[in-house]
Design a protein around this ligand. Structure first.
Ligand code: 0RQ
Length: 503
Protein backbone atom coordinates (compact mmCIF):
# COMPACT_ATOMS: atom_id res chain seq x y z
CA UNK A 1 0.00 0.00 0.00
CA UNK A 2 1.13 3.53 -0.68
CA UNK A 3 -1.06 5.04 2.04
CA UNK A 4 1.92 6.46 3.92
CA UNK A 5 3.47 8.10 0.87
CA UNK A 6 1.26 11.17 0.67
CA UNK A 7 3.49 12.85 -1.91
CA UNK A 8 2.11 11.59 -5.25
CA UNK A 9 5.23 12.56 -7.20
CA UNK A 10 7.24 10.03 -5.21
CA UNK A 11 5.03 7.03 -6.00
CA UNK A 12 7.05 6.38 -9.16
CA UNK A 13 10.14 5.73 -7.04
CA UNK A 14 8.66 2.82 -5.10
CA UNK A 15 10.56 -0.43 -5.64
CA UNK A 16 11.47 -3.71 -3.96
CA UNK A 17 14.27 -4.03 -1.40
CA UNK A 18 16.24 -6.08 -3.97
CA UNK A 19 15.93 -3.29 -6.54
CA UNK A 20 17.01 -0.74 -3.94
CA UNK A 21 20.02 -2.86 -3.01
CA UNK A 22 21.05 -2.86 -6.70
CA UNK A 23 21.48 0.91 -6.41
CA UNK A 24 24.31 0.54 -3.88
CA UNK A 25 27.63 -0.18 -5.59
CA UNK A 26 30.75 -1.75 -4.12
CA UNK A 27 32.99 0.85 -2.51
CA UNK A 28 30.08 3.14 -1.59
CA UNK A 29 29.95 4.90 1.73
CA UNK A 30 26.43 4.48 3.06
CA UNK A 31 24.88 6.42 5.94
CA UNK A 32 22.18 4.26 7.48
CA UNK A 33 19.59 5.17 10.07
CA UNK A 34 19.57 3.33 13.40
CA UNK A 35 20.34 3.94 17.04
CA UNK A 36 20.42 1.29 19.80
CA UNK A 37 18.38 -1.22 17.87
CA UNK A 38 15.72 1.14 16.69
CA UNK A 39 14.90 3.04 13.51
CA UNK A 40 17.28 1.07 11.26
CA UNK A 41 16.31 0.01 7.73
CA UNK A 42 15.05 -3.57 7.94
CA UNK A 43 14.91 -4.90 4.38
CA UNK A 44 17.53 -3.17 2.25
CA UNK A 45 20.63 -4.24 4.27
CA UNK A 46 19.65 -7.93 4.09
CA UNK A 47 18.96 -7.64 0.35
CA UNK A 48 22.33 -5.93 -0.01
CA UNK A 49 24.05 -8.65 2.03
CA UNK A 50 22.62 -11.23 -0.36
CA UNK A 51 23.94 -9.27 -3.32
CA UNK A 52 27.37 -9.02 -1.68
CA UNK A 53 27.49 -12.77 -1.05
CA UNK A 54 26.61 -13.45 -4.68
CA UNK A 55 29.40 -11.14 -5.82
CA UNK A 56 31.86 -12.88 -3.51
CA UNK A 57 30.71 -16.29 -4.79
CA UNK A 58 31.56 -15.07 -8.29
CA UNK A 59 35.02 -14.00 -7.16
CA UNK A 60 34.21 -10.29 -7.13
CA UNK A 61 35.21 -7.91 -4.35
CA UNK A 62 32.25 -6.09 -2.76
CA UNK A 63 32.45 -4.05 0.43
CA UNK A 64 30.84 -0.83 1.57
CA UNK A 65 31.53 1.59 4.40
CA UNK A 66 28.68 1.81 6.91
CA UNK A 67 27.97 4.85 9.06
CA UNK A 68 25.02 4.89 11.45
CA UNK A 69 23.76 6.68 14.52
CA UNK A 70 24.76 3.90 16.91
CA UNK A 71 24.10 0.15 17.19
CA UNK A 72 21.54 -1.45 14.88
CA UNK A 73 20.44 -5.09 14.73
CA UNK A 74 21.18 -8.50 13.18
CA UNK A 75 19.29 -7.47 10.01
CA UNK A 76 21.79 -4.66 9.41
CA UNK A 77 25.15 -5.01 11.16
CA UNK A 78 24.81 -8.77 11.54
CA UNK A 79 23.81 -9.45 7.93
CA UNK A 80 26.42 -7.18 6.35
CA UNK A 81 29.23 -8.34 8.63
CA UNK A 82 28.32 -11.99 8.07
CA UNK A 83 28.61 -11.40 4.32
CA UNK A 84 32.04 -9.76 4.79
CA UNK A 85 30.46 -6.70 3.24
CA UNK A 86 31.81 -3.96 5.50
CA UNK A 87 35.13 -2.21 5.04
CA UNK A 88 34.81 0.63 7.59
CA UNK A 89 32.14 0.81 10.28
CA UNK A 90 31.45 3.83 12.51
CA UNK A 91 30.61 5.08 15.14
CA UNK A 92 29.13 2.47 17.58
CA UNK A 93 28.10 -1.16 17.24
CA UNK A 94 27.17 -3.97 19.60
CA UNK A 95 26.60 -6.83 17.19
CA UNK A 96 28.41 -10.12 17.98
CA UNK A 97 29.26 -10.91 14.32
CA UNK A 98 30.47 -7.36 13.73
CA UNK A 99 32.54 -7.48 16.92
CA UNK A 100 34.14 -10.72 15.83
CA UNK A 101 35.02 -9.38 12.36
CA UNK A 102 36.51 -6.25 13.91
CA UNK A 103 38.53 -8.18 16.48
CA UNK A 104 39.89 -10.62 13.88
CA UNK A 105 41.03 -7.78 11.68
CA UNK A 106 38.51 -8.42 8.88
CA UNK A 107 36.73 -5.12 9.31
CA UNK A 108 37.83 -1.61 10.24
CA UNK A 109 36.02 0.19 13.03
CA UNK A 110 36.35 3.82 14.04
CA UNK A 111 34.94 4.39 17.50
CA UNK A 112 34.17 8.07 18.12
CA UNK A 113 32.08 10.15 20.50
CA UNK A 114 28.49 10.14 19.27
CA UNK A 115 28.29 13.94 19.40
CA UNK A 116 31.26 14.17 17.04
CA UNK A 117 29.95 12.06 14.20
CA UNK A 118 27.74 14.58 12.38
CA UNK A 119 30.21 17.41 12.70
CA UNK A 120 33.09 15.23 11.47
CA UNK A 121 30.99 14.46 8.41
CA UNK A 122 30.29 18.18 7.92
CA UNK A 123 33.94 19.10 8.45
CA UNK A 124 34.92 16.64 5.70
CA UNK A 125 37.02 14.52 8.08
CA UNK A 126 35.42 11.22 7.07
CA UNK A 127 35.37 11.47 3.30
CA UNK A 128 32.39 11.58 0.97
CA UNK A 129 29.03 10.08 1.89
CA UNK A 130 27.46 8.60 -1.22
CA UNK A 131 24.11 7.16 -0.22
CA UNK A 132 21.75 7.51 2.75
CA UNK A 133 19.39 4.64 3.63
CA UNK A 134 16.84 5.90 6.10
CA UNK A 135 13.81 4.35 7.80
CA UNK A 136 10.85 6.69 8.20
CA UNK A 137 7.27 6.45 9.48
CA UNK A 138 5.82 8.19 6.43
CA UNK A 139 6.23 10.79 3.70
CA UNK A 140 4.08 13.94 3.77
CA UNK A 141 2.41 15.68 0.82
CA UNK A 142 5.25 18.17 0.52
CA UNK A 143 7.82 15.38 0.46
CA UNK A 144 9.10 15.98 3.99
CA UNK A 145 9.81 12.81 5.95
CA UNK A 146 8.28 11.71 9.25
CA UNK A 147 11.09 10.27 11.40
CA UNK A 148 10.91 6.76 12.88
CA UNK A 149 11.68 5.62 16.44
CA UNK A 150 15.21 7.02 16.39
CA UNK A 151 16.77 10.12 14.85
CA UNK A 152 20.54 9.62 15.24
CA UNK A 153 22.48 11.13 12.33
CA UNK A 154 19.67 10.84 9.77
CA UNK A 155 19.39 14.56 9.15
CA UNK A 156 23.10 14.78 8.38
CA UNK A 157 23.09 11.64 6.21
CA UNK A 158 20.18 12.99 4.14
CA UNK A 159 21.90 16.37 3.75
CA UNK A 160 25.34 15.00 3.00
CA UNK A 161 24.61 12.03 0.73
CA UNK A 162 24.31 12.44 -3.04
CA UNK A 163 21.43 9.95 -3.11
CA UNK A 164 18.80 8.87 -0.62
CA UNK A 165 16.88 5.60 -0.31
CA UNK A 166 13.89 5.50 2.01
CA UNK A 167 12.28 2.57 3.84
CA UNK A 168 8.74 3.36 4.98
CA UNK A 169 7.88 1.22 7.99
CA UNK A 170 4.16 0.57 8.39
CA UNK A 171 4.68 -1.16 11.75
CA UNK A 172 5.42 2.20 13.35
CA UNK A 173 2.62 4.27 14.84
CA UNK A 174 1.72 7.10 12.48
CA UNK A 175 1.14 9.11 15.60
CA UNK A 176 4.89 9.39 16.17
CA UNK A 177 4.44 12.47 13.98
CA UNK A 178 5.20 15.57 16.01
CA UNK A 179 7.44 13.87 18.58
CA UNK A 180 10.70 14.79 16.84
CA UNK A 181 12.75 17.97 16.84
CA UNK A 182 15.16 18.08 13.90
CA UNK A 183 17.59 20.95 14.29
CA UNK A 184 18.43 22.76 11.05
CA UNK A 185 20.62 25.45 12.59
CA UNK A 186 23.83 23.61 11.80
CA UNK A 187 26.57 25.97 10.68
CA UNK A 188 30.28 25.37 10.51
CA UNK A 189 32.96 27.27 12.43
CA UNK A 190 33.56 30.18 12.44
CA UNK A 191 29.85 30.82 11.86
CA UNK A 192 28.31 28.63 14.54
CA UNK A 193 25.60 30.02 16.78
CA UNK A 194 24.65 28.93 20.30
CA UNK A 195 22.30 25.94 20.52
CA UNK A 196 19.31 27.55 22.22
CA UNK A 197 18.19 24.76 24.51
CA UNK A 198 17.83 26.18 28.00
CA UNK A 199 15.41 23.53 29.30
CA UNK A 200 15.18 19.85 28.28
CA UNK A 201 11.76 20.48 26.71
CA UNK A 202 12.81 23.41 24.49
CA UNK A 203 12.12 22.75 20.83
CA UNK A 204 14.53 24.33 18.34
CA UNK A 205 13.80 22.51 15.07
CA UNK A 206 11.19 20.95 12.83
CA UNK A 207 9.31 17.66 13.33
CA UNK A 208 10.42 16.48 9.85
CA UNK A 209 13.46 15.77 7.72
CA UNK A 210 13.69 17.85 4.55
CA UNK A 211 15.01 16.04 1.50
CA UNK A 212 15.07 17.34 -2.10
CA UNK A 213 12.86 14.95 -4.10
CA UNK A 214 15.43 14.60 -6.88
CA UNK A 215 17.87 13.08 -4.38
CA UNK A 216 15.50 10.21 -3.59
CA UNK A 217 16.41 7.28 -5.86
CA UNK A 218 14.26 4.60 -4.27
CA UNK A 219 11.49 4.00 -1.77
CA UNK A 220 10.84 0.62 -0.22
CA UNK A 221 7.42 0.26 1.36
CA UNK A 222 5.44 -2.12 3.48
CA UNK A 223 8.10 -2.99 5.93
CA UNK A 224 6.01 -4.43 8.68
CA UNK A 225 9.03 -5.51 10.70
CA UNK A 226 9.33 -4.22 14.22
CA UNK A 227 12.54 -2.88 15.71
CA UNK A 228 15.03 -5.28 17.28
CA UNK A 229 13.72 -6.84 20.44
CA UNK A 230 15.36 -4.98 23.27
CA UNK A 231 15.14 -7.21 26.28
CA UNK A 232 14.07 -5.60 29.48
CA UNK A 233 14.95 -7.71 32.49
CA UNK A 234 14.01 -6.94 36.04
CA UNK A 235 17.10 -5.63 37.85
CA UNK A 236 19.00 -8.28 39.85
CA UNK A 237 20.28 -7.83 43.42
CA UNK A 238 23.65 -6.44 42.32
CA UNK A 239 22.03 -3.84 40.06
CA UNK A 240 19.61 -2.91 42.84
CA UNK A 241 22.51 -2.39 45.27
CA UNK A 242 24.35 -0.15 42.81
CA UNK A 243 21.14 1.81 42.23
CA UNK A 244 20.56 2.25 45.95
CA UNK A 245 24.10 3.64 46.44
CA UNK A 246 23.38 6.20 43.72
CA UNK A 247 19.95 7.12 45.06
CA UNK A 248 21.30 7.59 48.59
CA UNK A 249 24.11 9.73 47.24
CA UNK A 250 21.65 11.93 45.32
CA UNK A 251 19.51 12.34 48.43
CA UNK A 252 22.56 13.50 50.34
CA UNK A 253 23.51 15.99 47.61
CA UNK A 254 19.99 17.44 47.80
CA UNK A 255 20.26 17.67 51.59
CA UNK A 256 23.56 19.56 51.22
CA UNK A 257 21.96 21.95 48.73
CA UNK A 258 24.28 20.86 45.91
CA UNK A 259 21.37 19.49 43.88
CA UNK A 260 17.80 20.88 43.74
CA UNK A 261 15.00 18.69 45.18
CA UNK A 262 13.89 17.59 41.69
CA UNK A 263 17.55 16.89 40.80
CA UNK A 264 18.90 17.94 37.40
CA UNK A 265 18.16 16.37 33.98
CA UNK A 266 19.10 12.69 34.04
CA UNK A 267 21.17 10.83 31.47
CA UNK A 268 21.30 7.10 31.76
CA UNK A 269 23.22 4.63 29.64
CA UNK A 270 21.73 1.38 28.46
CA UNK A 271 21.74 -1.79 30.54
CA UNK A 272 20.42 -3.35 33.70
CA UNK A 273 22.07 -1.00 36.18
CA UNK A 274 20.73 2.10 34.46
CA UNK A 275 17.31 0.51 34.37
CA UNK A 276 17.58 -0.31 38.09
CA UNK A 277 18.33 3.33 38.91
CA UNK A 278 15.35 4.46 36.86
CA UNK A 279 13.11 1.88 38.55
CA UNK A 280 14.47 3.00 41.93
CA UNK A 281 13.44 6.56 41.17
CA UNK A 282 9.89 5.36 40.58
CA UNK A 283 9.57 4.46 44.24
CA UNK A 284 11.75 7.29 45.50
CA UNK A 285 11.14 10.74 46.88
CA UNK A 286 12.14 12.81 43.84
CA UNK A 287 9.36 14.47 41.81
CA UNK A 288 9.18 16.68 38.73
CA UNK A 289 12.21 14.98 37.24
CA UNK A 290 13.41 15.57 33.69
CA UNK A 291 15.82 13.64 31.49
CA UNK A 292 18.25 14.79 28.79
CA UNK A 293 19.63 11.54 27.53
CA UNK A 294 20.31 9.43 24.43
CA UNK A 295 18.13 6.41 24.78
CA UNK A 296 14.67 5.88 26.26
CA UNK A 297 14.32 2.38 27.72
CA UNK A 298 11.19 0.83 29.25
CA UNK A 299 12.08 2.13 32.70
CA UNK A 300 11.77 5.72 31.51
CA UNK A 301 8.27 5.10 30.14
CA UNK A 302 7.29 3.74 33.53
CA UNK A 303 8.74 6.80 35.22
CA UNK A 304 6.80 9.11 32.88
CA UNK A 305 3.60 7.16 33.47
CA UNK A 306 4.03 7.33 37.25
CA UNK A 307 4.15 11.12 36.95
CA UNK A 308 7.62 11.33 38.50
CA UNK A 309 9.31 12.19 35.21
CA UNK A 310 7.82 15.26 33.54
CA UNK A 311 9.51 14.84 30.18
CA UNK A 312 12.46 13.24 28.45
CA UNK A 313 14.64 14.40 25.58
CA UNK A 314 16.59 11.70 23.71
CA UNK A 315 17.54 10.55 20.24
CA UNK A 316 16.13 7.02 20.33
CA UNK A 317 13.37 4.84 21.71
CA UNK A 318 14.87 1.46 22.57
CA UNK A 319 11.95 -0.52 23.94
CA UNK A 320 10.88 -4.10 24.57
CA UNK A 321 7.82 -5.35 22.65
CA UNK A 322 5.71 -4.56 25.73
CA UNK A 323 7.27 -1.11 25.85
CA UNK A 324 6.36 -0.51 22.19
CA UNK A 325 2.75 -1.58 22.89
CA UNK A 326 2.61 0.71 25.91
CA UNK A 327 3.93 3.62 23.85
CA UNK A 328 1.56 3.01 20.94
CA UNK A 329 -1.50 2.58 23.16
CA UNK A 330 -0.83 5.87 24.94
CA UNK A 331 0.99 7.71 22.19
CA UNK A 332 -0.90 11.01 22.64
CA UNK A 333 0.16 11.08 26.29
CA UNK A 334 3.80 10.24 25.55
CA UNK A 335 4.10 12.60 22.56
CA UNK A 336 3.58 15.53 24.91
CA UNK A 337 6.40 14.27 27.13
CA UNK A 338 9.04 12.88 24.75
CA UNK A 339 11.26 14.77 22.30
CA UNK A 340 13.53 12.87 19.90
CA UNK A 341 16.41 14.99 18.60
CA UNK A 342 19.37 14.59 16.29
CA UNK A 343 22.24 12.95 18.15
CA UNK A 344 24.59 15.90 17.84
CA UNK A 345 22.00 17.81 19.89
CA UNK A 346 20.98 15.05 22.33
CA UNK A 347 24.69 14.66 23.11
CA UNK A 348 25.80 18.26 22.62
CA UNK A 349 28.54 19.23 25.10
CA UNK A 350 27.30 22.82 25.20
CA UNK A 351 23.75 21.81 26.10
CA UNK A 352 24.80 19.05 28.51
CA UNK A 353 26.98 21.50 30.40
CA UNK A 354 24.34 24.25 30.43
CA UNK A 355 21.59 21.93 31.70
CA UNK A 356 23.95 20.26 34.19
CA UNK A 357 22.90 16.70 33.57
CA UNK A 358 23.37 13.80 35.99
CA UNK A 359 25.09 11.08 33.96
CA UNK A 360 25.07 7.36 34.75
CA UNK A 361 27.08 5.11 32.43
CA UNK A 362 28.36 1.55 32.50
CA UNK A 363 32.05 0.65 32.37
CA UNK A 364 34.18 -2.43 31.85
CA UNK A 365 36.85 -1.61 34.42
CA UNK A 366 38.44 1.26 36.25
CA UNK A 367 41.79 1.61 37.91
CA UNK A 368 42.69 2.71 41.40
CA UNK A 369 43.31 6.27 40.18
CA UNK A 370 39.95 6.61 38.45
CA UNK A 371 40.72 6.02 34.78
CA UNK A 372 37.82 4.21 33.13
CA UNK A 373 37.76 1.64 30.33
CA UNK A 374 34.34 1.43 28.65
CA UNK A 375 35.22 -0.33 25.43
CA UNK A 376 37.98 -2.94 25.47
CA UNK A 377 38.30 -6.44 26.94
CA UNK A 378 41.82 -7.18 28.22
CA UNK A 379 43.30 -4.19 26.48
CA UNK A 380 42.64 -5.26 22.93
CA UNK A 381 39.24 -6.73 22.06
CA UNK A 382 36.51 -4.21 21.30
CA UNK A 383 33.23 -4.75 23.16
CA UNK A 384 30.83 -2.10 21.79
CA UNK A 385 32.21 1.42 21.68
CA UNK A 386 32.39 4.64 23.65
CA UNK A 387 28.92 5.70 22.53
CA UNK A 388 27.77 8.81 24.27
CA UNK A 389 29.46 8.06 27.56
CA UNK A 390 32.28 10.52 26.92
CA UNK A 391 29.96 13.30 25.78
CA UNK A 392 28.12 13.06 29.08
CA UNK A 393 30.95 12.12 31.45
CA UNK A 394 33.06 15.16 30.66
CA UNK A 395 30.27 17.72 30.50
CA UNK A 396 27.70 16.68 33.10
CA UNK A 397 27.13 18.30 36.48
CA UNK A 398 27.69 14.98 38.19
CA UNK A 399 28.79 11.81 36.46
CA UNK A 400 28.74 8.19 37.66
CA UNK A 401 30.46 5.12 36.22
CA UNK A 402 28.90 1.89 37.37
CA UNK A 403 29.37 -1.87 37.20
CA UNK A 404 29.55 -4.94 39.44
CA UNK A 405 32.95 -5.21 41.18
CA UNK A 406 33.74 -8.56 39.53
CA UNK A 407 33.09 -10.26 36.17
CA UNK A 408 33.29 -13.83 34.86
CA UNK A 409 32.26 -15.47 38.14
CA UNK A 410 34.87 -13.59 40.12
CA UNK A 411 37.87 -14.36 37.91
CA UNK A 412 38.04 -10.71 36.88
CA UNK A 413 38.21 -7.71 39.17
CA UNK A 414 36.62 -4.61 37.67
CA UNK A 415 38.96 -2.54 39.83
CA UNK A 416 42.53 -3.02 38.63
CA UNK A 417 45.94 -1.41 39.25
CA UNK A 418 45.96 0.13 35.76
CA UNK A 419 43.22 -0.03 33.14
CA UNK A 420 44.15 -1.97 30.02
CA UNK A 421 42.57 0.73 27.83
CA UNK A 422 41.44 4.27 28.68
CA UNK A 423 38.25 5.88 27.43
CA UNK A 424 37.59 8.31 30.28
CA UNK A 425 40.67 9.69 31.94
CA UNK A 426 40.96 10.49 35.63
CA UNK A 427 40.10 14.10 34.69
CA UNK A 428 36.63 13.12 33.44
CA UNK A 429 35.65 10.65 36.13
CA UNK A 430 33.85 11.80 39.25
CA UNK A 431 32.07 8.92 40.93
CA UNK A 432 32.64 5.16 40.73
CA UNK A 433 29.93 2.81 41.96
CA UNK A 434 29.92 -0.97 42.40
CA UNK A 435 27.60 -3.12 44.52
CA UNK A 436 30.26 -2.77 47.27
CA UNK A 437 29.84 0.98 47.51
CA UNK A 438 30.47 4.39 46.01
CA UNK A 439 33.71 6.35 45.66
CA UNK A 440 33.24 10.10 45.34
CA UNK A 441 36.47 11.27 43.69
CA UNK A 442 35.64 14.96 43.41
CA UNK A 443 38.39 17.16 44.77
CA UNK A 444 40.81 14.31 45.46
CA UNK A 445 44.43 13.72 44.44
CA UNK A 446 45.45 10.40 42.83
CA UNK A 447 46.55 8.80 46.12
CA UNK A 448 43.38 9.96 47.88
CA UNK A 449 41.32 8.56 44.98
CA UNK A 450 43.05 5.19 45.20
CA UNK A 451 42.18 4.88 48.89
CA UNK A 452 38.51 5.67 48.23
CA UNK A 453 38.18 3.34 45.24
CA UNK A 454 39.92 0.36 46.88
CA UNK A 455 38.12 0.78 50.21
CA UNK A 456 34.63 1.49 48.86
CA UNK A 457 34.36 -0.27 45.51
CA UNK A 458 36.70 -3.27 45.27
CA UNK A 459 35.40 -6.80 45.81
CA UNK A 460 36.65 -8.42 49.06
CA UNK A 461 38.43 -11.12 47.00
CA UNK A 462 40.69 -8.48 45.43
CA UNK A 463 40.90 -5.79 48.09
CA UNK A 464 44.02 -7.01 49.82
CA UNK A 465 45.91 -7.43 46.54
CA UNK A 466 44.95 -3.89 45.51
CA UNK A 467 46.12 -2.43 48.85
CA UNK A 468 49.33 -4.41 48.52
CA UNK A 469 49.97 -3.05 45.01
CA UNK A 470 49.16 0.51 46.07
CA UNK A 471 51.43 0.39 49.14
CA UNK A 472 54.34 -1.15 47.28
CA UNK A 473 53.90 1.33 44.41
CA UNK A 474 54.22 4.19 46.89
CA UNK A 475 57.38 2.69 48.37
CA UNK A 476 58.92 2.03 44.96
CA UNK A 477 60.04 5.61 44.50
CA UNK A 478 57.07 6.33 42.22
CA UNK A 479 55.73 9.84 42.24
CA UNK A 480 52.42 11.68 41.81
CA UNK A 481 50.51 8.64 40.53
CA UNK A 482 52.32 5.68 42.09
CA UNK A 483 52.73 2.68 39.79
CA UNK A 484 55.04 -0.27 39.40
CA UNK A 485 55.17 -0.35 35.62
CA UNK A 486 56.34 -3.95 35.34
CA UNK A 487 53.33 -5.03 37.40
CA UNK A 488 50.63 -2.55 36.43
CA UNK A 489 49.03 -4.79 33.81
CA UNK A 490 50.04 -8.10 35.39
CA UNK A 491 46.47 -8.81 36.52
CA UNK A 492 45.25 -8.80 32.92
CA UNK A 493 48.28 -10.79 31.82
CA UNK A 494 47.57 -13.39 34.51
CA UNK A 495 43.93 -13.64 33.43
CA UNK A 496 44.95 -14.25 29.82
CA UNK A 497 47.48 -16.91 30.84
CA UNK A 498 45.62 -18.66 33.66
CA UNK A 499 41.94 -17.73 33.30
CA UNK A 500 41.84 -15.75 36.52
CA UNK A 501 43.23 -12.52 37.92
CA UNK A 502 43.65 -14.25 41.28
CA UNK A 503 47.19 -15.20 42.29
O1 0RQ B 1 30.63 -10.40 28.59
O2 0RQ B 1 28.49 -11.42 28.06
O3 0RQ B 1 30.64 -12.48 27.39
O4 0RQ B 1 29.97 -12.42 29.81
O5 0RQ B 1 31.72 -7.67 29.16
O6 0RQ B 1 29.41 -6.81 30.56
O7 0RQ B 1 28.53 -6.75 32.84
O8 0RQ B 1 26.99 -7.41 30.92
O9 0RQ B 1 27.87 -5.07 31.24
O10 0RQ B 1 25.94 -4.90 29.55
O11 0RQ B 1 26.27 -3.28 31.49
O12 0RQ B 1 27.84 -3.32 29.53
C1 0RQ B 1 30.65 -0.95 29.41
C2 0RQ B 1 30.09 -2.78 27.84
C3 0RQ B 1 28.89 -2.58 30.03
C4 0RQ B 1 28.43 -0.89 28.26
C5 0RQ B 1 29.54 -1.79 28.88
C6 0RQ B 1 32.31 -8.61 30.06
C7 0RQ B 1 31.15 -9.31 30.68
C8 0RQ B 1 30.20 -9.41 29.51
C9 0RQ B 1 29.39 -7.00 29.18
P1 0RQ B 1 29.88 -11.78 28.44
P2 0RQ B 1 28.12 -6.59 31.44
P3 0RQ B 1 26.84 -4.16 30.45
C10 0RQ B 1 24.64 5.29 26.30
C11 0RQ B 1 26.02 5.26 26.89
C12 0RQ B 1 29.85 2.18 26.48
C13 0RQ B 1 28.80 2.99 25.79
C14 0RQ B 1 27.97 3.82 26.72
C15 0RQ B 1 28.95 -0.04 27.11
C16 0RQ B 1 30.40 -8.09 28.80
O13 0RQ B 1 27.89 -0.08 29.25
O14 0RQ B 1 29.04 -0.49 25.98
O15 0RQ B 1 28.23 3.95 27.90
N1 0RQ B 1 29.30 1.24 27.42
N2 0RQ B 1 26.95 4.42 26.16
O16 0RQ B 1 31.52 -10.56 31.19
C17 0RQ B 1 36.61 -8.43 31.01
C18 0RQ B 1 36.05 -6.84 32.60
C19 0RQ B 1 34.70 -7.00 32.22
C20 0RQ B 1 34.40 -7.91 31.21
C21 0RQ B 1 32.57 -6.97 31.91
N3 0RQ B 1 36.41 -5.99 33.56
N4 0RQ B 1 36.96 -7.57 31.96
N5 0RQ B 1 35.35 -8.62 30.60
N6 0RQ B 1 33.07 -7.85 31.04
N7 0RQ B 1 33.56 -6.44 32.64
C22 0RQ B 1 24.27 4.35 25.18
C23 0RQ B 1 24.95 4.66 23.85
O17 0RQ B 1 25.93 5.30 23.79
C24 0RQ B 1 24.40 4.14 22.60
Amino acid sequence: SLSRIKCQALHAKVMSAEQAAELIPSGATVGMSGFTGSGYPKQIPSALAKRIREAHDNGKAFKINVWTGASTAPELDGALAEADGINMRLPYQSDPTCRNKINTGQMHYMDIHLSHVAQYAWFGFLGKLNIAVIEVAGIREDGSLIPAASVGNNKTWIDQADKVIIEVNYALSEKLEGMHDIYYGTALPPHRKPVLINEPDDRIGSPYYQCPQEKIIGIVVETYDRDRVNHFSEPDEVAKKIASHILNFLKEEVRKGILPPNLLPLQSGVGDVSNAVISGLQHGEFDNLTAYTEVIQDGMLGLIKSGKLKMVSATSLSLSPDGVDELNENIDFYRERIILRTQEISNHPEVIRRLGTIAINGMIECDIYGNVNSTHIMGSGIMNGIGGSGDFARNSFISFFVRPSIAKNGDISAIVPMVSHVDHTEHDVQIIVTEQGLADLRGLSPRQRAEKIIENCAHPDYKEALWDYFHRAQQSGAQHTPHILSEALSWHDRYLKTGTMKK
